[in-house]
Every structure is written in structure tokens, then in C-alpha cells.
Design a protein around this ligand. Structure first.
Ligand code: HPA
Ligand SMILES: [Zn+2]
Length: 353
């Protein structure tokens, strides 16, 4: 579909990305050069780490979320200085801009860095510089979401949450949301009730990965026990029609990541991502890249893959992109601006594809 009118239509849509782990934008090439620069020894006993090419090849055969996460955490160990984090995020924002992203709400995993002696403020310094640059040079509005690693003890998560520098980043508005990621089973949302209660008290926006590999009960638990207003992934929702009805009527947005779901074997093919079922049930969702350097594509590749599998009409694409704008955590004025832009793009393409 390279250069095709449909790809160009999808590129022109004013897309909001809500599910991208900045550490998941670390390509094997950059990983190897950062490891060399920072004197980080990559595993010697894994053939995959022989070269960037062999690592990329290994990414083609992930067997599960945990198999991917093993490589994800090793990869990010090459990130050390604030400029490493800034360059990583800037690289993502440039790709996002080229793909037609106008607003990006991005995740980062501080515990994976503080655990190896990198200061929280080093991570924040790098990522906020890149966010400011993206706003200024690319016109992308941004929002940072601090994710907690659910495979770690909840008390460790609370400890990081209460850290002085972390609190400062929340209270100053530098970080505006929290999320929950990493190995999904057997770490259900209810383990983190206290963390989310405290985050809610600070006025932070709340989201959590749920229903990626684990059943729909993880989604209902995240809604009920954590008070999240958004669900990351959430594809298992279609296995609980009653819950799906509730999610649709409450306009809770799912951040769906089609290529990720295939690469991590949550589904067999893109056709098995429940796009049509979610549309038919009136569930709001956005389409996202998750970890673009690991899953073979940025946001536009995900849009194209969905189009190839489901052949959405222009009206359906309009409703998907509108849901993404309306479900974003930017201000009302920015949403209005993006909705007007969407109307112009749709008017321009109506009847052409
Ligand atoms: O898809 C994901 N799921 C859970 N944790 C993650 N961390 C990066 N990507 C993911
Ligand atoms: Zn994710």
C-alpha cells in the first residue's frame, strides 16, 4: 500500500496516539550504539545480541508478552543520560509527525530506570525536552504518563509514587497521568488500588493495561478498583458482552494496538483483532503502535493493517479518529481545533477512495 491513495488518506487524518511506550521506540541500531557509548555489556550468552540485524530478526518470533518484555528491559538498559532519553523520544516524535500524529500521550517506565541507578529526574529531563521540541517544531501536543510495573511489589510502586522528585513532576503538571504495564498475569489491577487512589487524589488521569493477554475480568477490575477512565489494549472485552455494553455506554476508550497483538500472539492475525466487533458495539477506541521498534511499525502501519483487514469506510475512519480526539486528555480548545481539522480532511477525501 506504499504511496497508495488509502495510505495517504490515513496519513492525512489528524491522529492522536495514546499507547506508545517511549522505551519501545528504541531500535536495535540505536540500542547497539548507545550500549557502546555507555559501556553497557549486552548479554553474551544470547545469539540475538550478536548484531542489530540478529536482534531485529529475534523480534520476528516473540512467543508472548513476557518473551518480548525480556528483550524490552535489556534494551532499555542502554539508556543512561538525559540526552539518550531525549534523542529516543525525539526520534519517536519525528516518526509520529511523518505519520500524521497531531497529539501524543506517551508512556514511560521509570522503575525500569531507577532500579539500575538512573535518576527519575534524568529520565524526565530528557523526555520533557523532547516533548517541548515536538510541540514547538512539529506542532504535536504531548502528555507524559508515568507507568508502574505490575510485576513489582505494589509497595515498591507506592514508594516510587511518593518519591519527592516524582511528586514534584505530578504537582507541576510535567507528568499528568499514571498507567500500569509489564507482565499482565498474574498481577491483577486490584493489587494497585492504593496507588490509584493516591493518584486520583492528586488529580492525575488514570489508565491501565488490561485485557491484553489476561481475561476481561482484568478490565472490570481496573474500572471498578482503580477508577481508570481508559483501558490500554482491552481486546478481551469482546468476551464479556455485558461489560462491553457498559464500556460503550460510558464512553471509556480502549487504546488498541493491532500489530502488537499479532506479534505478541494475543491473536493469530490482524483480522482477529476485534475492530469490527468494537465498532458494532459502539465502543470508543484508538489505534496505536505500543512499541514500534519491536512490533514492526509506527502508528500509520497499524492504521494501514487495520484497513487491509477490515476495509473501513471513510465514515468509519472518521468515527475512529473522532473517538481518539474526544478520548484524549488535552484541553477542550485543542480538541475543537483537531475536530475542525478532521472535518476538513474528511471533506477533502469524501468520494475519493
Ligand atoms: O504491550 C505491553 N503490555 C504490557 N507492558 C508493556 N510494556 C511495553 N509494552 C507493553
Ligand atoms: Zn503497552
Amino acid at each position: 500500500m506504499a504511496g497508495s491513495p488509502v495510505r495517504e488518506f490515513l496519513r492525512c487524518l489528524p491522529k492522536c496516539e495514546h499507547h506508545i511506550h517511549l522505551e519501545g521506540a528504541l531500535t536495535p541500531d540505536v540500542l547497539f550504539s548507545l550500549a557502546a557509548k555507555n559501556n553497557i555489556t549486552l548479554p553474551q550468552d544470547d545469539e540475538a545480541f550478536k548484531s542489530p540485524a540478529s536482534l531485529l530478526e529475534r523480534y520476528q518470533s516473540f512467543t508472548s508478552l513476557d518473551d518480548f518484555l525480556h528483550y524490552y528491559y535489556i534494551g532499555m538498559s542502554a539508556l543512561v543520560t538525559a540526552s539518550d532519553f531525549e534523542d529516543l523520544a525525539w526520534d519517536y516524535f519525528q516518526h509520529a509527525s511523518a505519520d500524521g500524529v497531531v497529539h501524543a500521550e506517551v508512556f514511560f517506565d521509570p522503575q525500569a530506570h531507577t532500579a539500575r541507578g538512573i535518576k527519575y529526574n534524568t529520565v524526565i529531563e530528557g523526555f520533557t525536552h523532547a516533548c517541548k521540541r515536538a510541540e514547538k517544531e512539529l506542532g504535536i501536543t504531548t502528555l507524559l504518563t508515568c507507568c508502574f510495573l505490575r510485576h513489582l511489589p505494589p509497595k515498591d510502586c507506592l514508594e516510587l509514587f511518593e518519591d519527592e522528585d516524582v511528586q514534584k513532576s505530578y504537582k507541576s503538571g510535567v507528568v499528568q497521568a499514571i498507567g500500569l504495564d509489564s507482565s499482565e498475569k498474574p498481577f491483577p489491577p486490584e493489587n494497585f488500588t492504593e496507588l490509584y487512589r493516591k493518584a486520583n487524589a492528586l488529580g492525575l488521569k488514570l489508565t491501565a493495561h488490561a485485557g491484553e493477554e489476561a481475561p476481561a475480568s482484568y478490565i472490570s477490575s481496573a474500572l471498578r478498583n482503580l477508577g481508570v477512565t481508559r483501558i490500554d489494549h482491552g481486546i478481551q472485552l469482546v468476551n464479556d458482552p455485558e461489560l462491553m455494553h457498559k464500556v460503550a455506554s460510558e464512553k471509556t476508550m480502549l487504546t488498541v494496538c493491532p500489530l502488537s497483538n499479532v506479534v505478541l500472539r494475543c491473536v493469530d492475525t490482524i483480522k482477529d483483532v476485534p475492530i469490527r466487533k468494537l465498532l458494532d458495539a459502539g465502543v470508543q477506541f484508538s489505534i496505536n503502535s505500543d512499541d514500534p521498534a519491536y512490533f514492526g511499525g509506527y502508528i500509520l502501519d497499524n492504521y494501514v493493517a487495520v484497513h487491509e483487514a477490515f476495509a473501513l469506510s471513510v465514515k468509519e475512519w472518521e468515527s475512529v479518529v473522532r473517538a481518539g480526539i474526544e478520548g484524549s486528555w488535552c484541553g477542550a480548545a485543542r480538541k475543537e481545533q483537531l475536530l475542525r481539522r478532521l472535518n476538513r480532511v474528511i471533506a477533502n477525501w469524501e468520494g475519493k477512495i
